[in-house]
Write a protein that binds this ligand. Sequence first.
Ligand SMILES: O=C(O)CCC(=O)C(=O)O
Length: 287
Amino acid sequence: MSPAPADPPDPEVLAAFERDSFVILRDVISPDWREQAAEAATRLLASRRTAGRDRSVDGKDGFRGIVAMDDTFLPLVADPKVLPTVVALLGSTNLYLMSSNLIYMPSIPPGAPRSIRIPSRHGWHRDMVAATRDLGIATVPRLSIKAAYFLSDITPDAGLTMFVPGSHTDTGPVTLAPGAIDPPGAITPDLGPLDVVLFENRTWHAGGLNTSGRPRLAVMMQYGYRWLAPIDDLAPGLLDRDDLTDVERQLLGRPDRNPDGSIAHEGAEAWPLREWWQHLTQAQPRF
Ligand SMILES: O=C(O)CCC(=O)C(=O)O
């Protein structure tokens, strides 16, 4: 199978990301897919499944590794409207999908007791906390890009992910005024239902406060270098499927192995994305 046609990354999108620490890509998903994905998400959440489940306080729920749980999510793996920007921002084709994360955030009525999004537990963070701890907050590099899709109604009170613009180059922790739950300058992106927002591991972000009266459903696809450890459980069954492209199989974690199972050189199995990128950009491979 060939990968879906794609356009080279838009330099203005890349510049906006470098300035703001996040960028919105417009009209990426279709209304039909969005509806199907919301149904698939609701089915998963209603199930008793515990493998990969990620429950938290105040009714937060979700799953890690959803691309292996329902085929509805597979088209996101190598979404042709997203992948070129991800490759350009990470500056490499030696990439894979570290995580596909469904996040269910219940609505909490204004004034109702809650244990998140309070001053002592405001929720602002950078991703890949272990990398930051090991390498230092000022020096940790860009390691991953998250693409966040929202499957439920988007209203100002829906609790979309919030960002501190420009924060990927900050060299210290985020600071909040006493009693505040958001740092100065924090914004909620102006997203439409078919849009996706990209951000990186160093972007300071937090789930907003959902007071909409409806649950908020989000899917976060996290791409990173193939030498980083996966966050989700491995899904070897997906790698053998013949209805996926080689690019998808790379992104789903095909290891550097020869067909006979022997060890191939490091990066060998990143050829699908490398060839795809060369074709897309006509660029000589740097990687
Ligand atoms: O649920 C959200 O909006 C934020 C999720 C988040 O912080 C994360 O994926 O790191």
